[in-house]
Design a protein. Structure first.
Length: 164
C-alpha cells in the first residue's frame, strides 16, 4: 500500500440509541488504523459518534435518525480526498434505481458512499464507485452485519467486512 493512501472506515445503519459494546468492539477491531470514518446515516442518536473516540468522523443523517441528529447532521456531504470527489449520503425509498437517484442528487462525484438498504455494495457503475457498507448492527434485511474500508490512493478501492 502506498504511503499516501487514505484509509476510511465506513459504517451505516447502526440503529443504536445508546452505548453498544458489540458495535464498540467492531469499531475498535476494524477501524484501529483508519485515517477517518464515514457514517452514512441511521445512527438513530448522535451519541453513537462517541464510540469512535478521537477519530475524525464525517456523518450524514438518515431517515431513522432522531430529531437532534437530523438537525445537526447534513443530509449529504461532498468532500475532496486524494484528488477524488466523494459523496456521502444515506439514501431513501426503494433500493430499485437508488444508484441513479443518488448520482442525480450528488452531481459530479467519483465515489458515492451510502447506506439505507442494509445490503453491502462495492462496485463501479457508469464511472462512479458505489460503496455501501451494509448495516453494522441490523441483519434482518441482509442476513448479515457488515462494515467496510475504503482506500483512496491512485484509485478508489473498497472491501466489505462481514461481522460475526
Amino acid at each position: 500500500m502506498k504511503q499516501n493512501t487514505v484509509r476510511i472506515g465506513v459504517v451505516s445503519d447502526t440503529h443504536v440509541s445508546g452505548f453498544d459494546q458489540t458495535l464498540k468492539n467492531n469499531i475498535d477491531e476494524h477501524f484501529s488504523d483508519v485515517d477517518l470514518v464515514f457514517h452514512a446515516g441511521d445512527l438513530v442518536d448522535l451519541c453513537v459518534l462517541d464510540l469512535f473516540g478521537d477519530k475524525d468522523v464525517r456523518a450524514v443523517c438518515g431517515n431513522m435518525d432522531n430529531r437532534r441528529a437530523q438537525e445537526e447532521l447534513p443530509e449529504q456531504r461532498v468532500m475532496e480526498i486524494g484528488g477524488f470527489r466523494i459523496g456521502l449520503i444515506h439514501g431513501w425509498g426503494s433500493p430499485e434505481g437508488l444508484e441513479r437517484k443518488l448520482a442525480d442528487k450528488l452531481g459530479k462525484v467519483d465515489c458515492i458512499v451510502f447506506g439505507h438498504t442494509h445490503y453491502p455494495m462495492n462496485k463501479r457503475v457508469n464511472g462512479i464507485y458505489f460503496f455501501n457498507p451494509g448495516s453494522a448492527m441490523d441483519k434482518r434485511l441482509a442476513r448479515s452485519r457488515s462494515l467496510g474500508i475504503l482506500e483512496i490512493g491512485e484509485d478508489i478501492t473498497g472491501r466489505i467486512i462481514l461481522l460475526k
